[in-house]
Design a protein around this ligand. Structure first.
Ligand code: C2E
Ligand code: CA
Ligand code: CA
Length: 671
């Protein structure tokens, strides 16, 4: 029953049939009633006038032959004439007197198929002389009525049949386009909307429905197109994203390679992006990314694909490049990114590290190629930015990094860290009255691991707090021991961004100094620009707290970030350490020398002392002296030394250092 009821045609059919069932009996019955009544009145009128003619003929001449004729012709079935005293004068066909002869006043009375009439026969004066009783046969009229009924019924049946047929046809005409539309809608629902929606129908509602569906289809098509685009492209730069790169690489790997037709993937990571984002805001950061994307695109060829993988990471797919070509194009991209960018009125310099992989040598899938490109890129970043082509040793290094993270925790527990000290020399006086404490990790299997390899990982994983605590404890303890032996100088300790969030650190340092009987001047803290810039307000708060204890604070690696000296005036800093990348090349590069000179003079204007990091030769020391730099810390003076060697070094350099007088805040080697 359900499928029958659920189709439009059957519903219409049932509706129409129901309507016929109600309407039709009324209509049909009414019509037949009128027809029947018509026949009956016609019959009654006819028999009455006939009977009157009979009566008037008899009254004018009492001859009953006219009745005889009527009887014989079958018009009447019975007739008699009775006088006023009820005696029969004449009876048709010699029938006996009908005692009970009742007049009929409507057709079909008495159920005898007879219509009885009593007509008065009068003389000329209108006086009644006799009565004519006459019966007419009703059956032929009844037959006519029956026949009319039958015909009516036949018409009714034809009518119902025709209307059913018509309904079915109309239903089909209606449902066919609807079904067609339904099929098309189903296709759309299944994502196949490339066929235009049209129906051939004159039904306004249906063609309007079809138009609406067609509109919906084109909208969907457009939306799907944008969604597909969004899914495969980066919203900011409009460049293809990781998914599209994946797709393209998969497609490219599908075809066999030949020696000439290799594929290269270059992974690019910007070097200063986080700092720019933090100090200039995200809008400027976004504009830098746009500029980078534009520069990369302008360099590559038509068939190459520049993609943004996220953050400040880009990848360039070179579908027809061998190693030589990939390196050539990478160099172009590297140089283009080095050019200063003028963004939001700032002139910014951004470096990049590029890692190159070649298919099939360095991987045979998207994942392996991208993973190895990442390894190459990190290796490039590690060596201070530049371009690296992947090789197997690099991937072993990367594996090493992974194990470092898991080994670090154990290293604290098992005391695998120790501190080395690198002297800082006052270049005006030659005195050495301070040193920097630098941590070293003696890994049980891997041997000595450089802080450059594990400090970034320790910072990322939060283990740095434990390392800082260890260094602080070790340095203050040693300072206490040395002081008792008569060595007096200050030692600086490196802090990371995370250490600035540690509210108890300053209390802990003061507590340790007290315990070892040391004034706060024995300790200096080195904080990098980037640690301050990450959250300047928080940094200011903790630096203030440390400063109030009497501990001096030095700004480390100055020049690598984007802080201006004026900005830094608000911070309680008394020393600036110029990054060794500028100092190292200051005798060869005019621009680096200019940076060192400007930094020194500005720092002096602000009342700050300047330490030059990393001089490796006498020339550099002389150049620094000329620029009136206060102090230097570099291999030329001494490499970082273990405790015993450090003390020995201090003793051997006694002569140079001892004849110089103590400066007001400095701590002199006095043994
Ligand atoms: P840094 O704070 O800038 O330390 C100075 C680095 O420059 C040291 O490297 C030092 O050995 C090196 N250096 C000194 N003079 C010269 C020179 O003439 N030429 C060259 N090429 N290098 C020179 P090191 O010890 O490998 O430390 C690297 C970085 O690791 C440090 O840079 C510092 O950021 C971090 N670090 C070291 N110890 C600690 C620590 O205890 N805590 C924290 N948070 N970071 C530390
Ligand atoms: Ca340092
Ligand atoms: Ca430094």
């Amino acid at each position: 029953m359900k499928p029958l009821m659920s189709s439009l045609t059957s519903r219409m059919l049932i509706g129409i049939l129901l309507l016929q069932f109600i309407l039709f009996p009324v209509l049909f019955g009414g019509l037949l009633y009128i027809v029947k009544k018509g026949y009956e009145t016609q019959f009654i009128d006819h028999v009455r006038s006939d009977a009157y003619i009979l009566a008037s003929t008899i009254s004018s001449s009492p001859d009953y032959s006219i009745i005889e004729d009527a009887f014989l012709s079958g018009r009447i079935t019975y007739a008699e004439v009775i006088d006023s005293s009820n005696n029969q004068i004449y009876s048709s066909a010699g029938q006996s007197v009908k005692n009970v002869f009742k007049e009929d006043f409507y057709f079909g009375g008495h159920n005898d198929n007879q219509y009885n009439l009593i007509i008065l026969i009068t003389d000329d004066n209108g006086k009644e002389t006799a009565k004519l009783r006459v019966s007419y046969d009703e059956s032929s009229t009844r037959d006519q009525i029956d026949e009319a009924f039958q015909r009516g019924l036949l018409f009714a049946l034809i009518y119902i049949l025709v209307s059913v047929l018509f309904t079915v046809m109309l239903g089909r005409r209606l449902t066919k386009p609807i079904e067609h539309l339904r099929d098309l809608s189903r296709e759309i629902a299944h994502g196949q909307f490339h066929q235009e929606i049209t129906v051939t129908t004159k039904i306004g509602e249906l063609s309007s429905l079809a138009r609406t569906l067609e509109f919906m289809r084109t909208e969907l098509m457009a939306q799907t197109k944008t969604m597909k685009h969004q899914a495969l492209h980066d919203a900011l730069t409009g460049l293809p994203n990781r998914s599209l790169l994946h797709e393209r690489i998969d497609q490219a790997l599908f075809y066999p390679v030949n020696a000439k037709n290799k594929l290269a993937l270059v992974l690019i990571d910007l070097d200063q992006f986080k700092e720019i984002n933090d100090s200039f805001g995200h809008l400027t950061g976004d504009n830098v990314l746009m500029e980078v994307s534009g520069r990369l695109r302008s360099i590559v060829r038509q068939q190459d694909i520049v993609t943004r993988l996220g953050g400040d990471e880009f990848a360039v797919l070179l579908p027809t490049a061998d190693e030589e070509a990939a390196v050539r194009i990478s160099r172009k991209m590297f140089n283009a990114l080095l050019e200063p960018m003028v963004i939001d009125k700032y002139s910014l310099r951004i470096g990049a590290s590029l890692g190159i992989v070649i298919y099939p040598e360095h991987g045979d899938s998207f994942e392996s190629l991208l993973g190895n490109a990442d390894v190459a890129m990190y290796a490039a970043k590690h060596s201070g930015g530049g371009i690296k082509v992947f090789n197997r040793e690099l991937s072993q290094d990367a594996f090493k990094n992974l194990t470092i993270a898991s080994d670090l925790r154990e290293a604290i527990e098992q005391n695998q860290f120790f501190t080395v000290f690198q002297p800082k020399q006052d270049i005006k006086t030659g005195q050495v009255n301070s040193a920097e404490a630098l941590v070293r990790w003696n890994h049980p299997e891997k041997g000595l691991i450089s802080p450059a390899d594990f400090i970034p990982i320790a910072e990322k994983t939060g283990i740095i707090s434990g390392i800082t605590k260890r260094v602080v404890e070790d340095v203050i303890h040693k300072l206490g021991v040395w002081r008792e032996k008569g060595f007096n100088f200050s030692v600086s300790i490196n802090l990371s961004a995370l250490d600035l969030e540690n509210k108890e650190l300053s209390e802990y340092i003061v507590e340790l100094l007290d315990k070892n009987n040391l004034p706060p001047e024995y300790i200096e803290l080195e904080i990098t620009e980037s640690a301050i810039i990450t959250d300047p307000l928080k940094a200011l708060e903790s630096l203030d707290k440390l400063h109030k204890t009497g501990i001096k604070i030095a700004l480390d690696d100055f020049g690598t970030g984007y802080s201006s000296l004026v900005q830094l005036r608000r911070l309680p800093i008394s020393i600036i350490k110029i990054d060794r990348s500028f100092v190292f090349s200051m005798t060869k590069s005019d621009s680096d020398r200019a940076i060192v000179r400007a930094t020194i003079s500005m720092a002096h204007d602000l009342g700050l002392k300047v330490v030059a990091e990393g001089p490796e030769d006498k020339e550099t020391i002389d150049a620094l002296k000329l620029l009136e730099c206060d102090m230097a810390q570099g291999y030329y003076i001494s490499r970082p030394l273990e405790e015993d060697k450090f003390i020995e070094w201090m003793e051997n350099n006694h002569k140079i250092l001892s004849d110089v007088k103590l400066e007001k805040t400095g701590w002199l080697y006095t043994k």
